[in-house]
Ligand binder design. Structure first.
Ligand code: VGL
Ligand code: ZN
Length: 202
């Protein structure tokens, strides 16, 4: 897939808060950075996504009286995990890992910026209908295939990969360039769901 102009590398949420020491640390999240950096030269189109929440975001347990982080609630759009406060707009935690190569990215797409709705997927918010604009960008650049890497395998990578496959993109997820939160077996569910939708788990 080296340098095919119709293939994009999508680097998902490689931010301080998802790495050890961060507010929603994914075990080993920092270990993928060197690998992701090394992959970038093989892609004509490079996109970074950035989880980017206002402080009053509805996905934060702290904004629901009495709720514990990692508990489940019902939102108008369906079930929602309540997270520790993370990736607050403009905070250090929301910044990309300083060792991630970001200068050569063509596009940074921010998501989760509406207080009332979370967005795991890089394509649609958690209501599965509000678009982020990424599909239009990729199509207008002639992209057909995606390689998706980043954090976390079982949340933002999973929802992004499944949405991409549903939209008709060819999708590969190299698992050695991803790390999972793995809450209550969520990694196994994520891998099965991605495979079901034709995502290639490399
Ligand atoms: C993510 C939980 C909450 C992710 C983002 O990037 O996987 N997970 N916000
Ligand atoms: Zn988030």
């Amino acid at each position: 897939m080296a340098n095919r102009s119709d293939t994009a590398l999508i680097m998902i949420d490689i931010q301080n808060d998802f790495c050890p020491g961060g507010a929603l640390a994914v075990p080993g999240g920092d270990e993928i950075v060197a690998h992701v950096n090394a992959m970038q030269g093989n892609f004509a189109v490079k996109v970074l996504t950035q989880d980017w929440h206002p402080a009053d975001h509805a996905s934060f347990a702290a904004n629901h009286a009495g709720a514990e982080p990692f508990s489940l609630t019902e939102m108008p759009y369906g079930p929602q995990v309540l997270w520790p406060v993370h990736c607050v707009q403009g905070s250090d935690g929301a910044a990309f890992r300083s060792d991630l190569e970001t200068d050569s990215a063509d596009l940074v797409i921010r998501k989760g910026f509406r207080s009332a709705i979370d967005s795991y997927s890089a394509f649609f918010e958690n209501d599965h209908t509000t678009p982020t604009g990424l599909e239009g960008y990729l199509r207008s650049r002639g992209v057909q295939d995606l390689v998706m890497v980043g954090l976390a395998t079982d949340f933002c990578v999973r929802f992004s990969a499944v949405d991409a496959a549903k939209l008709g993109f060819g999708v590969t997820v190299p698992q050695n360039a991803c790390r999972a939160i793995d809450m209550d077996g969520s990694l196994a569910v994520a891998l099965a769901e991605m495979e079901e939708h034709g995502v290639v788990l490399a």
